[in-house]
Design a protein around this ligand. Structure first.
Ligand SMILES: [Zn+2]
Length: 202
């Protein structure tokens, strides 16, 4: 064989090699949740149906505890461990202009496994989770670390606006949370105390 032929043979093997590699390399299969099976390596696009977050007392996000996605054909839990879970928490918490929330559209790539009789998708790399479309622009609401005149019991759903309120006075300091604004309190599902409404100027 002369040099030219050797080069040609090498090229043929290189092309064959690349083709075979591509053929066998693992590409995720784009599927609907209703089609998943244990062991499948899949790509799923859906909405966040439920986002379980661990927060500190001012509502800052500390950790993503659980994510359930739904694509209209079913729902599926997304699971991440260790460093990936930390990265996932930061991605969700720091998304601009506001954190990732329920109803946002995401895409997840991973392997399907079962746990306690339920299917779940394991996230092995943060590149395998991404927001496709931001749909929920609800404001991120935080609580004040310092006392304000808008407060509630962390166990109730009524907020007070007067420090003279007889109901507000009954609350134990340790159980009180403070809002930056009445709007924040209302958005978090709190209703204004009747006494505080009637005695607005006190
Ligand atoms: Zn009150």
């Amino acid at each position: 064989m002369n040099d030219k032929n050797i080069i040609i043979v090498c090229l043929i093997f290189a092309v064959l090699g690349i083709t075979t590699l591509n053929f066998y390399s693992i590409e995720p299969k784009e599927v609907k949740i209703c089609e998943i099976k244990e062991g499948d390596y899949v790509k799923i696009t859906g909405y966040i149906q439920k986002l379980g977050l661990k927060r500190d007392k001012c509502r800052n996000i500390l950790e993503v505890k659980s994510i359930t996605i739904n694509d209209g054909t079913g729902h599926l839990d997304v699971v991440a461990f260790g460093k990936v879970r930390e990265d996932l928490t930061n991605y969700i918490k720091n998304y601009y202009p506001c954190s990732i929330k329920e109803r946002d559209k995401v895409q997840v790539i991973g392997k399907i496994s079962t746990y306690n009789g339920k299917y779940q998708i394991i996230l092995e790399d943060m590149d395998n989770f991404k927001l496709i479309e931001k749909l929920n622009f609800d404001r991120d609401i935080y609580l004040s670390p310092k006392p304000t005149n808008i407060y509630a019991s962390k166990y109730g759903k009524t907020y007070h606006t007067s420090k003279d309120c007889p109901y507000g006075k009954k609350l134990k300091e340790d159980n009180i949370i403070y809002f930056y604004s009445e709007e924040d309190a209302r958005e978090l599902g709190y209703k204004k105390c009747k006494w505080c409404s009637k005695n607005a100027n006190r």
